[in-house]
Design a protein around this ligand. Structure first.
Ligand code: NAP
Length: 482
């Protein structure tokens, strides 16, 4: 099955921070792949901006190099590359000064979608919003795209929301959480709300518990300063894991419309129980290579590179069903997966020897995006009624053909959604604030108690206490499999 490409209208996209890691590794390659897929009209302008002084051709050379590195697999057509680069321009500009903005204004096209992507450090979000407005670059068709981190706590998130709201309407602000752009995450909504099969079972009566794991094998190289101020709770749980939890737990929205979806997600965050200190485990990696403290150059750092926690969504649907979340750096494998663990059958007609068999719906975000349902069947062959669990694999490649083996990167979808003006997969300001309101007391509790993270071996599954968190409840984590 060949996926349909719906063309977008002509647009101008300005990328502040266009020479940085995110722009070069993710945003520009995503744009190029969409260009190669034929989603663009001819008349599109991509304008890079950063302080470094380059002329247009020098910047195009930089972009070409990145595209060869990060987009070659999807698009090897030399003509396409040169055609894409024709649409790329550059303006040297400092977000904190008034210079460069007039040149940018001259290059922008009147009367079309105008998107400004803030691919810069968060301290520049406010000044950029102010400068876009004061230099009269904002039109009715203007959108701004803001990267994480969106605030450091509730107070800073509120302040940032207020600054952006002084210059732009909520409908013009696109707060990116790239997890929401992943094919499987959207498929999760399709599976839940497009089938009769799952929704009747999607509650505490049939679901024993939910596990959300975002495990990374990499460390924090290159982001040491930021990470040591943030930690896993702020860097991963407050945003990515929270968003995944919302999509699992939310009520069916009345329609697949940005505010209908985001209203339901917000209700989930507001229904989250606060986390008891004994229901949360923090860890810091060590052993096998440099320890966390060596990496960040801070021998007394108490920042966590791992978090596991148990929480509840206190509403009718989920009362009594725990949600276990865990994320960490330098773990045994890179694996992001949501496991919906169904309850055991109420009575086994096959006797105690048949063992316990519960269905598990696994939603894999990376690697190998796909959805698997573990079901119990009879082991083939004679010799009695032996039961075995087998996966029903809803892999994209098998079901939809090899051309869907490599789903588009999240940034491809999200950047095109900005151009189309679809905010469904972006976080609303009140969602972000509600997530911080839940996160802040947890972090404040650690600080008040002088909590020190538990060490765990690099390359392991995390601290032993995280296993205990489950064991105490008579449960265990599913494996972290690549
Ligand atoms: P980066 O590699 O440090 O790049 C920063 C960019 O901002 C550079 O192009 C830099 O170029 C430009 N810049 C810095 N100060 C500027 C100023 N005063 N005026 C105009 N441009 C300025 O950072 P990054 O990794 O790309 O991250 C960018 C943002 O995305 C950050 O908020 C980060 O937290 C977020 N993010 C990044 C990733 C990732 O995978 N990298 C993932 C999620 C979120 P000049 O120095 O030439 O000005």
């Amino acid at each position: 099955m060949v996926s349909r490409v719906i063309p977008v209208d002509p647009f101008d996209l300005v990328i502040f921070g266009s020479t940085g890691d995110l722009a070069q590794r993710k945003i520009l390659p995503a744009l190029f792949r969409r260009f190669c897929s034929g989603q663009w009209p001819d008349d599109v302008q991509i304008i890079g901006a950063a302080r470094a002084v380059y002329d247009r051709d020098a910047f195009r050379d930089i972009v070409a190099e990145s595209l060869r590195t990060y987009a070659a697999k999807q698009c090897q057509d030399a003509d396409a590359l040169s055609s894409f680069l024709q649409r790329v321009d550059y303006v040297p500009l400092d977000a904190l000064s008034d210079e460069g903005w007039d040149l940018l204004a001259e290059k922008l096209t009147v009367d079309r979608v105008r998107a400004f992507y803030f691919s810069v450090g968060p301290r520049l979000f406010g000044p950029l919003a102010e400068s876009i407005k004061s230099h009269k670059l904002a039109t009715k068709q203007t959108r701004i795209v803001v990267e994480k981190p969106f605030g450091h706590d509730l107070e800073s998130a509120r302040a940032l929301n207020a600054t952006l709201a002084r210059h732009f309407t909520e409908g013009q602000i696109y707060r990116i959480d790239h997890y929401l752009g992943k094919e499987t995450v959207q498929n999760l909504m399709a599976v839940r709300f497009g089938n009769m099969l799952f929704e009747p079972l999607w509650n505490s009566q049939y679901v024993d518990h939910i596990q959300i794991t975002v495990a990374e094998s990499v460390g924090i190289d290159g982001r040491e300063d930021y990470y040591d101020r943030a930690g896993a709770m702020r860097d991963m749980v407050q945003n990515h894991l929270m968003q995944l939890l919302c999509l699992i737990a939310m009520e069916p929205p009345a329609k697949f419309d940005p505010d209908a979806v985001r209203d339901e997600k917000l209700k989930v965050i507001r229904a989250l129980d606060s986390v008891e200190p004994h229901h949360i485990v923090r860890g810091q990696f060590e052993g096998d290579g440099p320890s966390y403290r060596e990496v960040v150059g801070n021998p007394r750092s108490t920042t966590e590179s791992y978090v596991a926690l148990k929480t509840h969504v206190s509403n009718w649907r989920w009362a009594g069903t725990p949600f276990y979340l865990r994320t960490g750096k330098r773990l045994v494998a890179r694996s992001s997966v949501i496991n919906v663990m169904f309850k055991d059958a109420p009575h086994s007609i096959f006797g105690a020897d048949a063992g316990r068999h519960a269905n598990v719906l696994s939603i894999r975000l990376q690697p190998n995006e796909g959805i698997t349902l573990k079901v119990t069947i009879k082991e083939p062959g004679p010799g009695g009624m032996r039961l075995v669990d087998v996966p029903l694999d809803m892999s994209f490649a098998e079901a939809l053909g090899p051309e869907n083996q490599d789903p588009p990167d999240a940034y491809e979808r999200l950047v095109m959604d900005v151009i189309r003006g679809n905010q469904t997969l972006f976080m609303r300001g009140d969602e972000v604030e509600a997530a911080w309101a839940w996160t802040d007391p947890i972090i404040a509790g650690w600080q008040a108690r002088g909590d020190v993270p538990k060490p765990y071996e690099s390359g392991s599954t995390g601290p032993g206490d995280a296993e205990l968190l489950m064991k105490r409840d008579g449960r265990r984590w599913q494996g972290i499999n690549p």
